[in-house]
Ligand binder design. Structure first.
Ligand code: MG
Length: 382
């Protein structure tokens, strides 16, 4: 596969933190992807929420299926733009590894609990997971991924954190961009969740087609599908609309980015990094339509009372677990208690709180609910 000069090339990789031989039959980026797929954090994405908590139904997206959708979109886009498909796939599969249970409610609750201990940010946690928390390899902590994969995983970062991260933090200080492979994953992430939230929202009955007709991106494709298939049954009709919405956004993204690349002509990954802004983006018109859809989802779906009730429960569970473990680490299972004690010896209260946050962030929705029951419900067995 021919790569464009602005793509990430194995030969110009900034390498791994711990030097390793190049694999025999794979590229380094393929190896990164394979390590992510074989990690335990990746398996746990199956039982972590996107919007709907796991037990609400088997048909909804989870973080795992979301990540696979992002990988699929990213690979298609990367291939057309002659970018490094393996690297984009790697970043996509890893981008949500640091998510807490219960989606954004979980992240906000853990961030609030960690307020006095440096805070909690899921994106930074994804990097921490691949750099430190996975413990499977004999020669190094974490997955020892290439710089380009780590750079792509860390899509945003507060300056105070960036200063402590070394090489991958530098771009936030120097105001540089990530690779194009990373840029398209960010946008593919957005395309994936906006559209699957429409699909899941309709399936769950939180939103309906009537409401969505106010939204241009939806209405355009609704008209196309209804004209062509006037008698289509609802589920198939929704699928036909949503797949066209995705296609419309992806084509816009590819066309706009291609035009940028032809105008600006970056000749290496470093010229992509040193450009004043991201080179991959939607057209202004699509940006506007996406915003409209996002606003709709925020008002009608994420703020829906049924979602809000679950979020309130999630917040309660995370807060209570954090406080309980912080006040009495002996409540933790012995294996994790050991880790918390070690971190506390190294870094006092800060170390202890961070180790507990790592533990909670790693939980699946159902594990967090079970732990809560075992600790706070006297009738439950421990
Ligand atoms: Mg995502």
């Amino acid at each position: 596969m021919q790569l464009a000069p602005y793509a990430a090339q194995q030969s110009s990789s900034r390498g791994r933190r711990f030097a390793e031989d190049t694999p025999q039959y794979r590229t380094d980026y393929q190896r990164d992807r394979d390590r992510i797929i074989h990690s335990s954090a990746f398996r746990r994405l199956e039982y972590k929420t996107q919007v709907f908590v796991n037990h609400e139904g088997d048909m909804f997206r989870t973080r795992l299926t979301h990540s696979i959708e992002v990988a699929q979109l990213s690979r298609s886009i990367a291939r057309i733009l002659e970018l490094n498909e393996d690297l984009s796939e790697t970043i996509a599969l890893a981008h949500d590894l640091g998510h807490t249970p219960f989606g954004h409610a979980g992240q906000d609750a853990l961030n609030a609990s960690m307020k006095d201990y440096g805070g909690f940010e899921h994106n930074l946690q994804s990097l921490r997971t691949v750099d430190k928390l996975e413990q499977s390899y004999a020669d190094f902590p974490g997955l020892n991924l290439t710089f380009e994969s780590r750079e792509g995983i860390l899509k945003h970062c507060a300056l105070k954190n960036a200063r402590q991260l070394g090489d991958v933090g530098e771009r936030f200080i120097n105001k540089q961009q990530a690779s194009l492979e990373a840029q398209i994953v960010n946008l593919a992430d957005e395309v994936a969740y906006n559209n699957h939230d429409v699909d899941d929202g309709l399936r769950s009955g939180l939103i309906d087609i009537e409401q969505l007709l106010e939204i241009r991106l939806f209405k355009e494709q609704f008209d196309v599908v209804t004209k062509r298939y006037p008698d289509l049954q609802d589920r198939r009709r929704i699928h036909e609309i949503v797949r066209r919405m995705i296609n419309r956004q992806v084509v816009d993204l590819i066309d706009t980015t291609k035009t940028n690349l032809t105008t600006i002509k970056p000749d290496s990954i470093d010229s992509v990094r040193n450009h004043s802004a991201d080179l991959a983006h939607f057209s202004d018109e699509m940006l506007e339509m996406n915003l409209e859809l996002k606003r709709f989802l925020r008002t009608h779906m994420y703020a829906h009372f049924r979602v809000h009730r679950m979020s309130a429960k999630a917040t309660h569970i995370i807060q209570q677990l954090f406080d309980a473990f912080l006040n009495d680490p002996k409540l933790l299972n012995p294996k994790y208690q050991q880790i918390v004690i070690q971190k506390e010896q190294k870094n006092a209260e800060l170390g202890k709180a961070r180790a507990i946050a790592d533990y909670i962030a790693g939980m699946t929705d159902r594990y967090a609910i079970a732990e809560y029951g075992k600790i706070f419900n006297p009738a439950e067995l421990t």
